[in-house]
Design a protein. Structure first.
Length: 278
């Protein structure tokens, strides 16, 4: 049985429902609204004052009207100004495919840390731990924005058990003989120059796919990373510049990679000449 500690607060009221749990009540145009919050009594009073002010200012949103799905769509629309297309699409996939089907219909203000813990546990059954961790980070940012907009008192993601990435998500470093065996296995394949470039430079896949022959400086034995390939459903494939100055770099390469790239270029030019003799 919960403790009742009913206290009037202006046009609203606060009832204690349990340890550090409070039910807020208020009326808008004759209709009663209620909301349960956790924390200190002072924080509950602060939230009630904020709600009553939103009523006075004409910007009140009933707790049962704004759902998690509604806020996800609003937040993603706001992020279009700040995120590149690939990141935005990844965030949209994470939230729409994995959060909305489970919590989308829930009123935003009723989502708890326990709800998120249960969601993460469910997702870990069929997603990698790294993906679940990324979802936690993205969802945390989404809910933090709701706090900044005065739609939530606190961010439940901050109290949820954050999924760990885990050691199994770390890539394996190859020994020289293993690297040699890998490259030998790709010889004769169209992927051989790409795999060799990745092995000898450590560049990312999308950076390698965006390389141009003008990025190769044979005389100085360097390869310049100036752009990467981005592919999204909305915009298709396109090139983009690195996010940071560190991403824009020049990598020293050895004679082995130069020989591989020069042989590939000669083969490509020979194919073009054969197809277009005039």
């Amino acid at each position: 049985m919960t403790n009742s500690n009913h206290r009037s607060h202006g046009d609203g009221s606060i009832d204690q429902r349990g340890p550090d749990t409070w039910r807020l009540r208020w009326r808008v145009a004759g209709k009663r609204h209620s909301k349960t919050v956790t924390g200190s009594k002072r924080s509950a009073q602060t939230e009630l004052r904020r709600i009553l002010k939103s009523v006075d200012d004409g910007v009140h949103v009933a707790p049962d009207k704004l759902t998690v799905a509604n806020w996800i769509d609003t937040w993603l629309a706001l992020q279009e100004r700040n995120l590149n297309a690939q990141s935005l699409e990844r965030y949209r996939q994470l939230l729409h495919f994995h959060v909305a089907p489970v919590l989308g219909g829930r009123p935003l203000q009723q989502v708890t840390a326990i709800d998120l813990d249960m969601l993460y546990t469910q997702l870990e059954g069929h997603l990698s731990r790294r993906t679940v961790h990324l979802l936690h980070v993205v969802l945390g940012s989404c809910l933090s924005a709701a706090v900044r907009k005065d739609l939530l008192v606190t961010n439940p993601a901050k109290r949820a058990e954050a999924p760990s990435v885990g050691d199994e998500e770390v890539g394996q470093a190859l020994e020289p003989d293993q690297l040699s065996a890998l490259l030998t296995g790709f010889q004769g394949s169209g992927l051989y120059p790409i795999v060799a470039t990745a092995a000898f430079t450590g560049a990312r896949r999308n950076e390698i796919l965006a390389l141009r022959w003008s990025d190769l400086d044979v005389a100085n034995k360097t390869l310049a990373i100036r752009r990467s390939l981005e592919e999204t459903t909305a915009h298709g494939a396109r090139f983009k510049e690195p996010k940071t100055s560190r991403g824009n770099r020049v990598i020293a390469i050895d004679d082995n990679l130069i020989d591989i790239l020069m042989a590939e270029r000669a083969s490509l030019f020979a194919t073009v000449r054969a197809e277009r003799p005039f």
